[in-house]
Design a protein around this ligand. Structure first.
Ligand code: NAD
Length: 284
C-alpha cells in the first residue's frame, strides 16, 4: 500500500474524534462516520474545541487550525469510506455491533485499504474471521486522550500479514505516535499490566491496609506514578475496570485475575468513579 492520503474513522466519540483530530492535524484527509448528524456534529465540535485549545496555547496557528478542520469531513454514509486508504473503527465496545460495522466497512472499502479496530478487549483474530480480507485487518489501540498520549499498540491478529502491520506502524508514526507491536492477547500489554495492579489496589483497600488517599499517595511518591491507582480506577470507570478483569479471568482461567469483591460491590451500588460522582474518592 502507498502512504495513506485519506483515513476513515468510524465513531465520533471520545476516541474516534481524537483519532480524527490527530489525522487531520498530520495533513491527512479524514472521513469521520457516526450513526446520525447530531453525533457527527458533536465529534466535530470536540475536535474544533481541541484545536482551539492548541491555538490558545500557541502550539498551532489559526491558519493551521482552519486547514485541519478543512481536511475533516463528517458523514453518516458508509459509502464515503470508499475513499479511505486506512479505516479505523472506534465505535462502542460491543462485539456484535463491531462485527456489523466491519461487514459494512468491508463492503464499502477499497480492495487494498487496511482496516483496523481500536477495541480495548475484543480479539482481533475473532473480528478478522468475519472479514473478507482478514490479512488486511489489524488492531490499532490508541490511548485516551488521543491527542496527548503517545503510545499506540499495533495488534497483530493470527491472520494479519506483515505488510498490514507495517502499514499500521507507519500510520501511527505519521500521526506522531510511538507504535509498539503486540500479539493478539487479552488486554494487549498496557491493560494486561495496569488493570491487575489497579485491582490489587482495590484488594489492599478492601483489606484496610491503608486509606484510599494513602494508597494513592504511596504509589505516587513511591513509584513516581502521576496518579494513584484508586484515583486512576475512578477515572477509567469502575465498571470498565471490572469488565476488563472479568475478561482476563474468563480468558486466562487463572485465579490471579479474580476481580476484587469490593470492586463488584461498588459497581453494583452504582459507584462507578468520576462519572457517577463517587468511587474511591468523591467528585463534585
Ligand atoms: P464513545 O462512547 O465515546 O464513542 C463511541 C461512538 O461510536 C459514539 O459516538 C457512537 O454513536 C458511535 N457508534 C455506535 N454505533 C455506531 C455505528 N453503528 N456506526 C458508527 N458509529 C457508531 O466510546 P469511546 O470511548 O470513544 O470508545 C470507542 C472504542 O475505543 C471502543 O472500542 C473502546 O474500547 C476503545 N477505547 C476506548 C478508550 C477510552 O479510554 N475511552 C481507550 C482505548 C480504546
Amino acid at each position: 500500500m502507498t502512504t495513506p492520503q485519506t483515513i476513515g474513522v468510524i465513531g465520533a466519540g471520545t476516541m474516534g474524534a481524537g483519532i480524527a483530530q490527530v489525522g487531520a492535524l498530520s495533513g491527512l484527509s479524514v472521513v469521520m462516520l457516526d450513526v446520525d448528524e447530531k453525533r457527527v456534529a458533536k465529534g466535530r465540535d470536540a475536535i474544533a474545541g481541541g484545536l482551539e485549545r492548541l491555538v490558545k496555547k500557541e502550539k498551532l496557528s489559526a491558519a493551521e487550525r482552519d486547514a485541519a478542520l478543512g481536511r475533516l469531513r463528517g458523514t453518516t454514509d458508509y459509502g464515503a469510506l470508499g475513499e479511505g486508504d486506512f479505516i479505523v473503527e472506534a465505535a462502542t465496545e460491543d462485539e456484535a455491533l463491531k462485527l456489523k460495522i466491519l461487514r459494512q466497512v468491508d463492503a464499502a472499502a477499497k480492495n487494498d485499504a487496511v482496516l483496523a479496530t481500536n477495541t480495548s478487549s475484543i480479539s482481533i483474530t475473532r473480528l478478522a474471521a468475519a472479514m473478507k480480507r482478514p490479512a488486511r485487518f489489524v488492531g490499532l489501540h490508541f490511548f485516551n486522550p488521543v491527542p496527548l498520549m503517545s503510545l499506540v499498540e499495533v495488534v497483530r491478529g493470527r491472520t494479519t500479514d506483515d505488510s498490514t502491520v507495517e502499514a499500521a506502524v507507519a500510520l501511527a508514526k505519521r500521526l506522531g505516535k510511538t507504535p509498539v507491536v503486540v500479539k493478539d492477547s487479552p488486554g494487549f500489554v498496557v491493560n494486561r499490566l495496569l488493570c491487575p495492579m489497579l485491582n490489587e489496589a482495590v484488594l489492599a483497600y478492601g483489606e484496610g491496609i491503608a486509606s484510599a488517599k494513602d494508597i494513592d499517595e504511596a504509589m505516587k511518591l513511591g513509584c513516581n506514578h502521576p496518579i494513584g491507582p484508586l484515583a486512576l480506577a475512578d477515572l477509567i470507570g469502575l465498571d470498565v475496570l471490572l469488565a476488563v478483569m472479568e475478561v482476563f479471568h474468563r480468558e486466562f482461567k487463572d485465579p490471579k485475575y479474580r476481580p476484587a469483591p469490593l470492586l463488584k460491590q461498588m459497581v453494583a451500588d452504582g459507584h462507578l468513579g468520576r462519572k457517577s460522582g463517587r468511587g474511591f474518592h468523591t467528585y463534585s
